[in-house]
Design a protein around this ligand. Structure first.
Ligand code: IYR
Length: 241
């Protein structure tokens, strides 16, 4: 039997890995259809809600409800992805000592970036955002979610199974996570110190996982301010053929 062979090598139950077995189907019972007007209303209402999302850099230290984080991670885990391998890992950090270590390591990389590592063209592009090498939010915010992209699956017996469309999959899951957190009433910041190899070491993640980004999560500080920016209108971002 296939399943016992899988059990022997630790593959049993591995999502997406069913060698030598065909597809197994079930009825699509979760799709909900709405009347046209209601669809438009829902789409508009969602657009308004998500348009209110802003990337926040000034965080309060107020703790966030752990169950909100857990539910949003469950939502992110439903993202479409390559071959259903679900090639992601979310390391949720609330321990102040670990956050402090992440801040120290990130600021070392960021100092390098802002003081000459980055091309001038890139620094010019960031000028309007007012970002710099100081990342106090990595300690102030109550929750950091370090998101890892699993480049390949590594099994107990050392065997590797390739993952597919890893960046796309993790990007989609991250978008869903950000959306869920905003919907729940929390602010986020996508933070990408580069390189981020220090995250594997600090968080004890294996070499088959590559850091994707740090999602900083919490409530905005009371006096939080955000850059005055605009989003491109529909005509600039879409074409209808
Ligand atoms: N990682 C740096 C630089 C940075 C890069 C981009 I592209 C941004 O949109 C914002 C920042 C930092 O976090 O400051």
């Amino acid at each position: 039997m296939c399943s016992s062979a899988f059990a022997a090598v630790g593959l049993e139950g591995s999502p997406g890995v069913f060698p030598m077995s065909g597809p197994r189907y079930q009825p699509l019972d979760s799709f909900v259809e709405y009347p046209r007007d209601e669809m438009v209303r829902r789409a508009r209402s969602f657009r308004r809600e998500i348009a209110g999302r802003r990337t926040v850099r000034d965080f309060s230290d107020r703790p966030v409800p752990p169950e909100v984080i857990r539910e949003c991670l469950r939502a992110a885990g439903t993202a479409p992805n390559g071959a259903n391998h679900q090639p992601w890992h979310f390391a949720v950090v609330s321990d102040p000592e670990i956050k402090a270590r992440i801040r120290v390591a990130a600021e070392i990389e960021e100092r390098e970036f802002y003081r000459g590592g980055a091309p001038q063209e890139w620094l010019d592009a960031l000028a309007a955002l007012g970002t710099d090498e100081h990342k106090p939010f990595l300690e102030t915010a109550p929750c950091l979610i370090a998101i890892f992209a699993e480049r390949y699956q590594l099994f107990g017996d050392g065997r590797r199974v390739k993952n597919y469309y890893v960046q796309e999959s993790v990007g989609i899951a991250t978008g869903m996570l950000i959306t869920g957190l905003h919907h729940a009433g929390l602010a986020t910041l996508t933070h990408t110190p580069s390189p981020m190899g220090f995250l594997n070491e600090i968080l004890g993640r294996p070499a088959n996982e590559r850091p994707f980004l740090i999602l900083v999560v919490g409530y905005p500080a009371e006096d939080a301010r955000v850059p005055r920016i605009t989003k491109k209108p529909l005509e600039k971002i879409a074409s209808f053929l």
